[in-house]
Design a protein. Sequence first.
Lengths: 299, 299
Amino acid sequence: MFADRLIEKIKEKGNPSVMGLDPRPEMIPRCIWGDLGDSDQDTGLAVFRFNRALIDAVYDIIPAVKLQIAFYEALGLEGLRAYGRTIDYARERGLLVIGDVKRGDISSTAEAYRRAHFNGYMECDAITLNPFLGYDSIQPFLQSCSRDGKGIYILVKTSNPSSGDLQDLRVADEYLYQYLAKKVSDWGNPYKGKYGYSAVGAVVGATYPEELMNLRDIMPHTPLLVPGYGAQGGNGSHVVHAFNSDGLGALINSSRKIMGAYMKAEKPENVTGQEFREYARAEALRMKQDIVGELAKRS
Amino acid sequence: MFADRLIEKIKEKGNPSVMGLDPRPEMIPRCIWGDLGDSDQDTGLAVFRFNRALIDAVYDIIPAVKLQIAFYEALGLEGLRAYGRTIDYARERGLLVIGDVKRGDISSTAEAYRRAHFNGYMECDAITLNPFLGYDSIQPFLQSCSRDGKGIYILVKTSNPSSGDLQDLRVADEYLYQYLAKKVSDWGNPYKGKYGYSAVGAVVGATYPEELMNLRDIMPHTPLLVPGYGAQGGNGSHVVHAFNSDGLGALINSSRKIMGAYMKAEKPENVTGQEFREYARAEALRMKQDIVGELAKRS
């Protein structure tokens, strides 16, 4: 059961943050490229090595990683091969893996996406989904929640500046995202684990703290995946609202701040592999302290 | 300019229908498998041969093909290799290629998806996009519309049974899909070609004919991509509402009915390659007559 496994990992590490692995070739330092060239195959290998170094740096202090598949798709077949290899490696290191794929399509097609992302070389523990097509686009994934112990996070209120274009529309006497939150909570009701949380989660951005607070109330049993911490402007005092009074119920993502932590070095282009990992680990620890500290203040 | 190229192809072929290539291994006939086994590589090759046979059967009578990427993703890396090879082959045969990818993400990620689907081995002439994240998730693709002659189709009212869950919500005095249609029309205004149609299109399902008629009025300059014809229940009398009085402005998709036309054979498992192509071509011609006939009735 995904929510149970996630909660146990979070308790084990004492850390509700997830590292986003959204690699761009231009942000991979020279020490990782080594003698690789710029062919597709070498670029894919560099991406995998980059992710592996980041996982090695923090696997013992975080519960999960999140891979944004767009950055792998952009690198062709070798990029997607690196996506699959990274998933394998993260699991070997005992991490849960969330595929940030935001798929959404009619039911027969959703079933094909389910096979793609909950089986085979891209198999994740949980994935993100886009709800624009309604319940029948979500339904095939619910079967995997009960049968295969998988989890899903449905977009409710995203972190980007234009997220209000549709999500903040007024529907009767509420916002669309509030209406949707109730649906997501209902859809998840039959899939609760022993800690009371559902395998059906929601994506709610850290960049809208008031909405986050409100959505936490509307969906008390829904695990939240919270992007937007760090580079997008969210901080510990924002994301603390994503947690219930049990200190659980949320996973906070940071991608660019951890991946790019080594840019703080005086000469980033010259960092060694060890320095690269140390910068990433320091940022991951700083983030953990920030969030755990805010949670402690509240209790 | 995508809309111009599309209109010219439609006029050349006298046919506004597009063949959907959504292959499932279990629907590929024995004559195409030949001596291939069931390894990932052989399955990918069978999928490519299946698509190639379908393209060979109809390339001279249709303007475009649409590939639903989910069915390729479900087959792993070899499935995506077949996706890329099919795109290449369709273009060699003079067809426009629409990638039905329904991607939608925050701007920096949208930019990665733009690179993935408008460049490299998966480069399409147009792709479908999901608008749930609002304008900044669409914006990177607009640049490709003006700079690279690409096109996009934004989901407005989808063909599936649950499409009303969000799309039919009441927003002020209209439906969400109507509100969105106005946005899509506005977003597309700066990207009109010489025939008056924009590079920014919309997906509107054939299964909701009244909504289709209404959306055609709201978005007079927006090319429509209309799924749901055939296996999903739409027919010529439904989809005729997708066209403007100039007889243009819509592309009607059929996937399962053309791909699976050979199932009408007495012993489908024994069809030859030539019979397979003849069944597909007969169905594509029937569909063309159905739509062109309905258009003629109206004028």
